[in-house]
Design a protein around this ligand. Sequence first.
Ligand code: ATP
Ligand code: MG
Length: 642
Amino acid sequence: MTSILARYRQQLRNTLGDWFPRTTLFLKGEPPIKGETKPRSRKKAEPAPSLKPKTASKGPEREQSTVQPSAATPSPTALYGPAFTVKRSQEQRMKMRVEQAVAQGIIQPPSPEQWKMILARAPATRIFAGAGSGKTTTLVLRVVFMLCHLEIPREQLTVISFTKASCEELRAQLKRVLAFWEAPLNDEAARELVRTFHSALAQLARTELRATQWFEQLSTQSKGEDEPDNGMLAGATLNEGQRQLLIQAYENCYREDAGFRRRVHLLLELAAPNEEEPPGAPPLQPFVLNGERQPQPLPDLFYGQASFAETLGLRIGSIKSSQLECSTRDLIFLEAMQQFWRHFGRLLKEQRLITFNTAFAVLTDRLEKKPSRTLIACLQPFTHLLIDEFQDISPQIALWLQQVQRRLAEEKVAPSLMAIGDDWQSIYGWRGSSPELFIHFDRWFPGQTPSQTLMLGTNYRSSPDIVADGERILTQVRHKQPKKTQAFRMADDQGHGVKVVPQFDIARQLTSLLGEIEAQRSYAAEREQPERCAVMVMSRLNAPLKAINEQLGRQPGVRTCTIHRAKGLQAEVAIVLDDGQPQQPHPLRNALYAASGHFQQSYDAAMADEALRLSYVAVTRGVSRVLWYTRQPRGAAAILAG
Ligand SMILES: Nc1ncnc2c1ncn2[C@@H]1O[C@H](COP(=O)(O)OP(=O)(O)OP(=O)(O)O)[C@@H](O)[C@H]1O
Ligand SMILES: [Mg+2]
């Protein structure tokens, strides 16, 4: 009897939740909808993170095995208001068209949880979608529903995806599906609708900032007109044009600033500069910064660390070195970096160049203070935002987004935000992004009511063994959103979960690896429904991939790429080459993390989690088999081998 009642109550709750999400949320004492945040008391509300850098937290690090829901309390500075008004007839028409599209083989039938995402009504929605759960596929149908049935003008909607390549893929899918809905999308409209963060920023910067070229796109081939890719993807090595500018700024700083000269000599353990004579050429020998794997010349290191700090939302000139907890050597480095950064900024200005970070910061400031009517008018496409791979967002971009949608809310245009991602796949922390922003979504993007959280729990890509092994790796990630995934595919005799191959040394065993790749390619070719990519060989570093490519050449169906580039892709067989390098503590980055005031974790703890998440991303690319080569099982490999 009790269970019948409980089931009836649950059903009623679900139905109410679907049809009256706001009202349901406010029903006192009502348990949250599955995966949804329960409002806490008003007193405990945490303010949205401030733009201004905070001082270092001196308290002990707060670690926890799983993450508590964010403080999702009605906020006086709410960005999001009432739910979308959705008529029953609009939903019914969408369902009918989807049925027809399925019948014609245009799309796969959405699952009930995918339907919740397609028809979501809350203005701020967070979708936790595990690897291969169909988030990109469902995102397309959500856009169709918004454009074709809710009749939201296309000019008010932007879809953000992580890379230029994933944007291209989304555009192609949208064009195909919208054509079926008789709402054709031409190339230009598709380019405007789907963008990377950096291309969206570039669109605003074009009208608002006078800079003509991006420093990040400075190269001999590009004239800076290409659609900007995500800045996080930029390689670790700078090109010649960029290095020349950095060295020029370094020379200017060394020539003009005695304090800088002194610090550089201290860092490089050189005799104090002779101030009786005019300064000569600045020393460029490599410097070892604690936590960095490679010694590098100072200008390169200054650029790397300053860019990282800016991505955390810090302003380099405002960092108070006296409040950072790190060694004297690191503090001297930081102060020299601050001096260098001023000269670098000046040089960029003279050359009418700008970095993406500066553009984000300047536009955030203008939006926060008193933006011109022209700038406000340019915000229209960001009224309704759908952001894929949200787990890799940085504080700096989140602060910019906050201001964009805050302005729109003040203009009474009722903005909306759908954040789609998988915190388990967040792998750009080393560049300044963090899954904490996705996990504590409501602190960053507060609404009058808590955001709606939806889970997609079915993995359509991988075998049950692979899904289970992926989750095993995740058990040791300290900061994460708990979720459970079920494999859609059946177990099959020929496949297997992760097979760890220990004591592997690529220098000595390259030939046997090439033989294995060939054997796996034959296996994939014989599958009933062969995958477009038969074998994907992944590594954290480029060097082993280069060695393989030199021997293997181009082989149809075989792809070699870094794990970061493999995101969103899949192959019948995934082969992972694990370098097994232990992580090093990075005291300067720990101090910058604390100074930003945005994170519960230290940088080192975040990187330990990230190493496991990177392994999870690699493993979950495999459809039916995963092979893991390692010299010595460490981290994820040790978990899997154990
Ligand atoms: N409802 C469904 N029925 C059958 N197959 C589906 C369904 N939804 C998605 N798929 C398939 O699952 C695979 C993964 O989909 P998709 O790439 O959209 O997932 P994702 O969550 O974006 O993956 P990733 O986490 O790697 O980015 C695709 O081959 C897609 O066609
Ligand atoms: Mg995807």
